[in-house]
Design a protein around this ligand. Structure first.
Ligand SMILES: *[C@@H]1O[C@H](CO)[C@@H](O)[C@H](O)[C@H]1NC(C)=O
Ligand SMILES: *[C@@H]1O[C@H](CO)[C@@H](O)[C@H](O)[C@H]1NC(C)=O
Length: 526
C-alpha cells in the first residue's frame, strides 16, 4: 500500500466514523417489520407503521448500497467510501470475483418506467382496507418517495378476469356501431379511478398509463362469446377503434391521461382458445388492417397523444405480433410505437426474441406489460416465497439487458386467496391485503422489483458493464438523469461474494451476502 493510499484510508476511517454517528442521530428509514414465512420473510404494514426507505444521492468519493437478503434484510442502506483503483495486478486485492467495470460512455436504451396494474380486483382489495392511513401506506409503498418509485400503471379497458363479473362498455344496445350508449362502469368510478388518482397524487413523476382491452362487447365479436375462439366482426373495426378513443376521453375527463394503448390483451388466446379468460382473437392480417385503417388514424386524428403498443402477449409471440403483422400490412408501421410483452413462459423462450423487432426497426421500443407468479399453482399466493422474488428479479435484469425500456407487474394487490377473480384464475401479488387484521404484507417480490424500480428512474440509460472478469452474479447498470451510476447485483449463491465495481479509477467494494439483491449507487465522475 502506498503512503498516499494509506493516508487516504485514514481520512476515510474518520469520515466513516463521523457519518455513522450522524446516521444514528437521523433515523432516515423505517425498517421492515418482518414475519417469517415460507422460504423468507414478509414485511407487515398497518395503519400506523409501514417500512420506508429513502434514496440518498451519493456525493463524490462515496457510494450507497441497499441490500435485501433471503434471511430478512430489506433495503438495508449502507454508506461507503470509494477507494482508488490500484493496478498492482494482484487480483486477490479485489476479492474472489474481481472487477465489474462500468462504462458510462457506452449507452443503450432509455428507461421509461416500472409499475403495476390497477385491475378491478386491485381496486377492490385496496378499498377493502378500511383505515385510510393503511390505504395511503399501500400507495406510498409503490409510488411515494419512501416507496419503490413506480411511475407506470396498466389499466384494463372494461373488465378482465380480475373482476367480479365479465363485462365491457356499451354492451347495450347491441350492434350500436356509433357507441351511443358508451359509459364507464361502476368499477371504474368505485375502484380503478380512485386508486389511480391516489397514485397520481403520490407519484414523484407523471404516471404513464397503459390501457388494454381484454374483450369488447359481445356483439362486436364472432361468435359472441366472452372467451374462446373468436374474431372482431369486420363491420365493427372502426367501432373497436372508437371504443378505445371513448375510453381515453372518459379517463381524460377524470384528469387521467392515457399514455399508450395496447392492441388487445393476449390475442393468441382468442386464436388458440386458451383458457376461459375474456379475450379477442386476431389474425395477423386483421390486426395489421385494423391498426393501419382504424386504430392508428383514429388516435392520431384525436386531440390525445397516445402511443400504440402491439403484441401484449408472451415473448414467443413477438415475431408474430410485430414482424408478421408488418409483413402483412407494412402501412401499420407508421402507427406502431412499441411492442408490449408478457412474462409467462419466458424460461423456455430466449430473450433474443426481444431484439428481433429492434434489429429491423431501431426506432421502436419493447416494454413488459404483465407478469405474475402463482398461475395454476397450489397455493396461488405463497407468502414469503424468495424463489418468486428471484424469478421476477432475474427476468427484469435479463429483459433490461435485452433493451427492454420498462416492466409493469400485474395486480398491484390481491387478497390472501389471490383474487377476486370471477373465473378462479387466482395468482400471487407483491402486496397481499388482510382487511380483517387491518394490515397488508409486502412479499419478497415487492423488494425484488423495488431494487430496480426505485433507482432506474425515467430517463435513465442502460450502460455497458464489462462482465468478463466477474463470476456468477446477475447484473445490470444504468446512468440516471441525476448523473449517478446504479448497478443492481444478484448473488444466488449460499456464500458471500466480493465484487469490486470499477468506474474510472474508483472502486466501489461491495460484499454480497448469501442469496441477496444489492443495489449500488455512486456518482458518475468520468
Ligand atoms: C414453501 O411453500 C411451498 C409450496 O407450498 C412448499 O412446498 C415448501 O415446502 C415451503 N417451504 C418452506 C420452507 O416452508
Ligand atoms: C345503456 O347502458 C346501460 C348500462 O350502462 C343499460 O342499462 C341501458 O339499458 C342501455 N341503454 C340502451 C338503450 O340499451
Amino acid at each position: 500500500m502506498s503512503n498516499a493510499v494509506a493516508a487516504m484510508r485514514q481520512n476515510y476511517l474518520f469520515l466513516l466514523f463521523f457519518v455513522t454517528f450522524l446516521r444514528k442521530i437521523y433515523a432516515w428509514d423505517k425498517p421492515c417489520l418482518t414475519r417469517q414465512a415460507n422460504t423468507s420473510y414478509v414485511c407487515v404494514c398497518s395503519a400506523t407503521y409501514c417500512d420506508e426507505v429513502t434514496r440518498e444521492k451519493p456525493k463524490l468519493g462515496t457510494f450507497y448500497t441497499y441490500t435485501t437478503t433471503q434471511d430478512g434484510l430489506r433495503f438495508e442502506k449502507s454508506f461507503n467510501l470509494l477507494t482508488q483503483y490500484v493496478d498492482d495486478s494482484s487480483e486477490a486485492a479485489y476479492g474472489d470475483c474481481n472487477i465489474l467495470e462500468v462504462d458510462p460512455y457506452t449507452r443503450y436504451q432509455t428507461i421509461e418506467g416500472f409499475g403495476g396494474a390497477v385491475t378491478d380486483s386491485a381496486g377492490i382489495n385496496w378499498k377493502s382496507l378500511k383505515d385510510l392511513r393503511l390505504r395511503k401506506n399501500l400507495v406510498e409503498s409503490y409510488f411515494g418517495r419512501s416507496g419503490i418509485g413506480y411511475n407506470m400503471i396498466r389499466v384494463p379497458v372494461g373488465g378482465c378476469d380480475f373482476s367480479t363479473r365479465p363485462y365491457a362498455y356499451n354492451e347495450l344496445p347491441v350492434n350500436d356501431a356509433k357507441l351511443g350508449n358508451f359509459s364507464l362502469a361502476f368499477e371504474d368510478y368505485e375502484f380503478k379511478i380512485p386508486l389511480i388518482q391516489e397514485a397520481m397524487k403520490t407519484s414523484l413523476e407523471p404516471i404513464h398509463l397503459v390501457a388494454s382491452t381484454w374483450s369488447p362487447p359481445l356483439w362486436m365479436k364472432d361468435p359472441s362469446e366472452i372467451s374462446g375462439l373468436n374474431r372482431l366482426r369486420e363491420q365493427f373495426y372502426q367501432t373497436y377503434a372508437d371504443y378505445h378513443l371513448k375510453f381515453i376521453q372518459k379517463y381524460a375527463e377524470k384528469d387521467i391521461p392515457i399514455w399508450a394503448v395496447t392492441t388487445t390483451n393476449e390475442p393468441l388466446s382468442g386464436i388458440m382458445s386458451l383458457g376461459h379468460n375474456n379475450g379477442l382473437g386476431w389474425t395477423t392480417k386483421g390486426m395489421g388492417k385494423w391498426i393501419a385503417n382504424n386504430l392508428g388514424p383514429t388516435l392520431r386524428k384525436s386531440p390525445f397523444n397516445v402511443k400504440i403498443l402491439v403484441g401484449d402477449d408472451m415473448r414467443f409471440t413477438v415475431p408474430l405480433w410485430f414482424n408478421t403483422v408488418l409483413d402483412d400490412t407494412p402501412e401499420a408501421l407508421d402507427f406502431i410505437d412499441g411492442i408490449a410483452v408478457h412474462f409467462y413462459y419466458d424460461d423456455t423462450n430466449p430473450p433474443s426474441l426481444l431484439n428481433e423487432p429492434l434489429q429491423k426497426y431501431p426506432g421502436k421500443f419493447v416494454i413488459y406489460t404483465e407478469a405474475c407468479n402463482g398461475i395454476q399453482t397450489t397455493p396461488p399466493v405463497l407468502l414469503g416465497s424468495w424463489e418468486r422474488a428471484i424469478k421476477y428479479l432475474k427476468n427484469i435484469i435479463e429483459d433490461l439487458n435485452y433493451n427492454v425500456v420498462g416492466w409493469i407487474d400485474w395486480n398491484m394487490c390481491l387478497n390472501s386467496e389471490g383474487g377476486p377473480n370471477y373465473i378462479s384464475n387466482f395468482v400471487d401479488s407483491p402486496i397481499i391485503v388482510f382487511p380483517e387484521r387491518g394490515e397488508f404484507i409486502k412479499q419478497p417480490m415487492f423488494y425484488a422489483l423495488g431494487h430496480i424500480s426505485k433507482f432506474f428512474t425515467r430517463g435513465s440509460q442502460r450502460i455497458e458493464i464489462n462482465r468478463q472478469k466477474c463470476c456468477n452474479v446477475d447484473n445490470v447498470a444504468v446512468v440516471t438523469p441525476d448523473d449517478t451510476i446504479v448497478v443492481v447485483l444478484y448473488n444466488g449463491d449460499n456464500k458471500h461474494i466480493e465484487i469490486s465495481i470499477k468506474l474510472g479509477d474508483g472502486i466501489a467494494a461491495v460484499v454480497l451476502p448469501p442469496n441477496s439483491i444489492v443495489t449500488v449507487e455512486l456518482p458518475n465522475f468520468v
